[in-house]
Every structure is written in structure tokens, then in C-alpha cells.
Design a binder for this molecule. Structure first.
Ligand SMILES: [Mg+2]
Length: 426
């Protein structure tokens, strides 16, 4: 078997996040500050009262079945010798700030997620599993050595922030769990649905109603199904997170692959406007290819020259970064929108690629196999175009209308045929 190179391993494991979660945080701070509480069952309560519940429990209390939410009465019933302390929020914030300093010395903190949880982004060589583990252990040790021995923490290392948080929860206290992209869903399959961040009691119920009872079943569903169950984009975001992709990243991609143009007056006649729309699609296509993505949908919106008439339409298709195919799809959308707009002139054209996915991810990562629809000859031509544009600047050569377009120079290529390379040099 060929050895896996270090770079390959980084790509396969895709470890982007290290997530730190302090174990029984408030209780640990109390045990740290008062030696009499160490190794003893104890809880922290918000107010001194018999009619309140624990907001934290020490591991010794947890061993007796006492946890966050257990009432004082129940806790006493389970353990008559239970120690009870009133919360000291100021002190927890103080220790929190010390923890941030300590983590930051080893790894810059990307996000403080709560009073006892932080997320750090791993970069470059830190994404090697061995390096990431070493960083995790060092952070755990530094906190105990420099702040207090009772301050134990669990660490999760994974491709998305949500998965890293999930991983941190798997082994407690003092755990360190790695979820690699190439062995997903792997360790996730042992979890219950509501072990996943974002699946609370009511979402659990909704999933059950949709026939989903295990993480394996959830993992196998395609994103559109999760969107249905969640009732919105939250389902897509959850799906991406669960499959190792940060939704923030997805949003950036979604947002960035769109173009719109307010037309100069000579481009407003509807046929000229269609030429501009085609050019915008071609630009979206080249951006997709440059960023290493494909799209499975295209959205067109046009606005009438006068009044507030608008028309929009979206089409879904097999994923592609083939500009020629995308232009064909856009032409279909255009006919539809032009008929609806009921105006011979168009003021503004907007194009957005939707259902954008990374081109190099293994298909099964998506729970379905996306069909790729790309013509090999188209892709060769587009690669040549992209190369020329990189060499000679944006828009040196493009697929676009034969009509004159403002601020637009360079060779033009007709849409309805694939030119030979040599034509670009004429
Ligand atoms: Mg915690």
C-alpha cells in the first residue's frame, strides 16, 4: 500500500477546529478554591434555597446521579452529605479570563462560545492529527498547571466547529477526541440524536415524527430533507456541519458566487440584456472553477426599466462548473422571466449560483451521489479560457455577447458553438 503523504493526511482528516469544554466548570472552580470540597459530591446553586436546582455538579455528585437541573431536595435524597455552594459569577468570569489567556498562549481563540467553551481554528501543520492532539494535551495541561489542578477540560478536534463541540462531549472528564473526515460518521453513530448540538428536545421530536431515530439515519438524509424537517436554511446548515463543513464557509461561498449588473441604457433592450446575463453566468462559472466548486442550481432575477416590475426563476440540475451548460440553463430561465416581466426593457440583471458544493469532496460525503454534468470538451475550453484570463487579466477572453459592451474588451466567443483555441489568437 502506498504511504500516505503528510499533505494527503491533512486533506483526508480535514481537522480544522479544536474545541475546549471545561468539565463541570462552576463546580470545579469551587473545588479549586476550597480544598474541603475536593473529591466530594457537591453542587452549585443560583441562590441559597431548598427550592432551587443545581446549575453545576461535581463529578463525585454526577457519579450519584446528581446533575445540572437536579433539585436541592432530590440531591439531598440521593446524597445526604451533599455539599451545596451558592454560585459566584464574578469568580467564574475571572477564571474564565485566565483560561482564555492560557489557551491563547498555545492557540489563538477564534470564538468564545460560552463561559466554559472556546473554539480555536487549526491551520497549516496544526491540522496533522498528531500535531492537533499534542496542542490539545498541552492546553489541558497548561490550564491545570497554571490555573488550578481541579480545572479539567475535554477537547474535541474535528472538521467543523459543530463536530468539534460534539467530539469534546464524547469523553469526559479530561478527554480528547478526534473525529476525522475520513472516518465520519464513525464515532458519531454511537451518539443519541440529542447529543448533537442543535438537536434539543423539540427537534428530537420533529426528527422522530419524520421517521429519524438514530444518528445513522440522520446522517444518511440529504440536505433538502433536513431543510424540510428544520423548516428552513437551519436544516442545510446543520447538514453541512454534520458532514464536516462550517456553515459560515458555505454562506461565504453562497454569497460570493453571484453577480448583478445595472444596465447602461443601450443594453436595456431585452435581447441585449440577455447577453449581459450570459456574461454574468460565465463569470460565475469561472469563479466556481477558480474556487474549486460546482453548483447545482441557478437563480435569475430581472427588473423592468420602468415601474417596479420584477421576475425571477430558479432551476436545479446535476452539479456542474461548465459555463456552457449553465448558460443553456440561464437561457431557459430568461425565456420564463422575460414572459413574466412584460416589459421590452430591463434595468437590472442578477445571477446567483445555488446548491454550491466543493468539487473535490468525495460524493458519499453528501449522503447522496451528486451526478456531475460536465462536457469534457467544454471543460477543456473553459480551462484554456481561465488560464488566459489568469495570465492576461480578468475578462481578457470571455464568453459573451457579440454586441458591444461597455468597458469590455477582448475576444468574444459565441454561445452556440465551441470555438477552437486558435480563434482566440485571431
Ligand atoms: Mg462544560
Amino acid at each position: 500500500m502506498p504511504a500516505v503523504s503528510p499533505e494527503d493526511d491533512i486533506n483526508l482528516s480535514n481537522l480544522n477546529w479544536l474545541y475546549l469544554d471545561m468539565n463541570s466548570y462552576f463546580a470545579s472552580v469551587e473545588q479549586q478554591d476550597d480544598v474541603r470540597l475536593r473529591n466530594r459530591p457537591m453542587i452549585v446553586v443560583p441562590v441559597k434555597s431548598d427550592y432551587t436546582s443545581a446549575i453545576a455538579a461535581s463529578y463525585e455528585a454526577k457519579a450519584l446521579g446528581i446533575k445540572t437541573g437536579t433539585s436541592v431536595k432530590e440531591a439531598r435524597a440521593l446524597c445526604p452529605a451533599i455539599q451545596i455552594r451558592e454560585a459566584r459569577p464574578d469568580r467564574y468570569v475571572q477564571v474564565h479570563n485566565r483560561i482564555l489567556e492560557e489557551v491563547d498562549r498555545t492557540l489563538p481563540i477564534e470564538k468564545v462560545c460560552s463561559i466554559d467553551e472556546v473554539a480555536c481554528r487549526l491551520t497549516m501543520g496544526q491540522r496533522h492529527e498528531a500535531a492537533a492532539r499534542a496542542l490539545g494535551y498541552r492546553i489541558q495541561q497548561n490550564i491545570m498547571a497554571n490555573i488550578g489542578e481541579c480545572l479539567r477540560s475535554s477537547i474535541g478536534i474535528a472538521p467543523s466547529r459543530m463536530l468539534a463541540k460534539t467530539a469534546a462531549d464524547i469523553v469526559k472528564p479530561l478527554g480528547l477526541t478526534v473525529l476525522r473526515q475520513d472516518d465520519l460518521p464513525g464515532k458519531l453513530l454511537d451518539l443519541k440524536l440529542n447529543d448533537l448540538p442543535g438537536v434539543g428536545a423539540s427537534m428530537n421530536l420533529r426528527l422522530n415524527k419524520a421517521g429519524v431515530f438514530t444518528v445513522a439515519e440522520l446522517y444518511a438524509l440529504p440536505a433538502p430533507r433536513l431543510r424540510q424537517i428544520w423548516g428552513g436554511i437551519g436544516g442545510d446548515n446543520f447538514w453541512y456541519s454534520l458532514h464536516g463543513i462550517d456553515p459560515a464557509e458555505v454562506d461565504t461561498i453562497r454569497g460570493s458566487i453571484s453577480h448583478s449588473h445595472v444596465l447602461a441604457s443601450d443594453l436595456r433592450p431585452i435581447e441585449a440584456a440577455r447577453g449581459v446575463a450570459r456574461r454574468l453566468v460565465a463569470k460565475c462559472g469561472s469563479r466556481l472553477r477558480r474556487m474549486g466548486y460546482k453548483c447545482g442550481g441557478l437563480h435569475l432575477s430581472i427588473r423592468a426599466d420602468r415601474g417596479d416590475g420584477r421576475a425571477q426563476a430558479e432551476a436545479h440540475f446535476d452539479v456542474t462548473a461548465d459555463s456552457f451548460r449553465m448558460i443553456e440553463v440561464m437561457d431557459g430561465l430568461w425565456r420564463h422571466c422575460a414572459a413574466k416581466l412584460n416589459s421590452p426593457r430591463v434595468k437590472k440583471v442578477s445571477i446567483t449560483c445555488t446548491r454550491v458544493i466543493p468539487a473535490d469532496l468525495p460524493p458519499d460525503l453528501f449522503g447522496w451521489t451528486p451526478e456531475v454534468a460536465e462536457d469534457a470538451r467544454h471543460m477543456r475550453v473553459l480551462k484554456a479560457l481561465d488560464g488566459l484570463n489568469q495570465r492576461y487579466g480578468k475578462d481578457a477572453v470571455t464568453i459573451g455577447p457579440r454586441t458591444k459592451v461597455h468597458g469590455f474588451v477582448g475576444a468574444k466567443v459565441a454561445f452556440n458553438r465551441i470555438p477552437e483555441n486558435a480563434e482566440f489568437w485571431e
